[in-house]
Design a protein around this ligand. Structure first.
Ligand code: AGP
Length: 371
């Protein structure tokens, strides 16, 4: 019962919710993994294999962090199902007279299910004859009632304004959807099984990352001292950097800007100095060397650097010049979710150091229900 949900011995709901992520992820995946055929079971979509196959494009709509996880979801769908997919801020969508096509699947993503911009975007799609599914946490919420089908996130109540466990479950929902869309197309049974095994490992791996919290306190303390920070990443790492910057600015009130690592040299490098730290997301993928080369441009200018990466990644001679935070390896496509967890912890620890009201940051509401 959400009414009985309390922070208990935790000093904030955010911390409690952060730590609940392994259990919340388990609930999200329970009954939805088909190991035998390497696919997802998402009954609530109300779409059979023929209808799933007929989808030619996917458009994801959400606000704030839900929009950033939507970007992670769009990449997953493109990679695994090879369907063109993108995410858009729901708050912008209806104002640009969007083209709504019958063979596009629209996905509204929202923790509360009450965000007015996302709800109005859903209504605009439906008015124009489009089909919308929801990735929603709160059962029976306005968006959940408005959509044609969907996937509940089963994250449990979320009270802190800075969302954590609901976002993790959104990512898992997109992964399941991507595998299911892939398996009615060209994703092989072997790849499907590989990803289902990867998803099964996620709750335990989140637990491992959460256990590193004490190691992050010192880095967070230093980051909290800066007035302005960069969060950088590229391809799968970029939405992770966007979400990391979002969390940091929400509760630390520091200026945290997300950028593609590849774009640094096209402008923002001018701002790098000993006073402007960077948090870089470097997944274990084909771009490691390029990432390392771009990050040298930061350390060469005395910019303090923290690299969030996978165990075993060779950072070359950046090693002695940057703080390193490791997460366990999983399947490459699922990289974003584990890389996100240390960024939540850094934001949380920084806000704690600064003595802010972590659950109710200034100027923000848990759900934005008026335009
Ligand atoms: C998350 O930390 C933010 N507080 C915010 O960006 C949030 O994700 C956004 O307002 C969307 O909320 P929703 O998921 O309830 O629709």
């Amino acid at each position: 019962d959400p009414g009985d949900y309390e922070a208990g011995e935790h000093e904030s709901f955010m911390h409690k919710e952060l730590l609940e992520q392994p259990a919340a992820a388990e609930r999200m995946l329970r009954g939805r993994l088909d190991e035998r055929f390497g696919t997802g079971h998402l009954g609530g979509l109300n779409l059979d294999a023929r209808e799933l196959r007929a989808i030619r494009r996917v458009k994801i709509l959400g606000c704030g962090s839900a929009y950033y996880v939507g970007q992670m979801g769009a990449s997953l769908i493109e990679e695994l199902a090879r369907i063109p997919a993108d995410a858009e801020a729901a708050s912008e969508f209806r104002y640009r007279n969007p083209i709504v096509e019958p063979d596009t699947l629209y996905v509204a993503v929202s923790q509360s299910g009450e965000t007015i911009d996302t709800l109005l975007a859903v209504q605009e799609v439906r008015r124009k004859g489009g089909r919308v599914i929801g990735l929603v946490n709160v059962v029976g919420s306005a968006i959940a009632r408005e959509v044609d089908g969907g996937i509940y996130l089963h994250a449990g109540p979320e009270v802190a304004v800075a969302s954590t466990k609901a976002l993790t479950n959104m990512f898992l929902g997109f992964a399941l959807l991507a595998v299911q869309l892939g398996r009615v197309r060209d994703l092989s049974i072997a790849d499907g099984r590989r990803l289902i095994a990867g998803l099964t490992a996620i709750p335990g791996q989140i637990e491992e990352v959460l256990a590193t919290e004490p190691d992050l306190a010192d880095i967070a303390k230093r980051l909290a001292e800066a007035e302005s920070l960069f969060f950088v990443g590229r391809v799968r790492g970029f939405p992770v950097a966007r979400e990391g910057a979002q969390k940091f600015k929400e509760i630390s009130y520091r200026h945290a800007e997300a950028y593609q690592t590849s774009e640094l040299k096209h402008g923002p490098l001018a701002l790098i100095s000993t006073d402007v730290p960077t948090v870089a997301v470097v997944p274990d993928d084909e771009l490691v060397e390029r990432n390392v080369a771009a990050l040298h441009e930061i350390t060469a200018r005395g910019g303090p650097l923290t690299v969030v990466t996978h165990r075993g990644v060779d950072l070359g001679d950046l090693a002695g010049r940057a703080h390193r935070v490791d997460v366990p390896k999983n399947e490459r496509e699922l990289d974003p979710i584990l890389l996100t967890i240390p960024l939540q912890l850094l934001a949380y620890q920084a806000a704690l150091n600064l003595g802010h009201d972590i659950d109710k940051p200034r100027n923000l509401a848990k759900s934005v229900t008026v335009e």
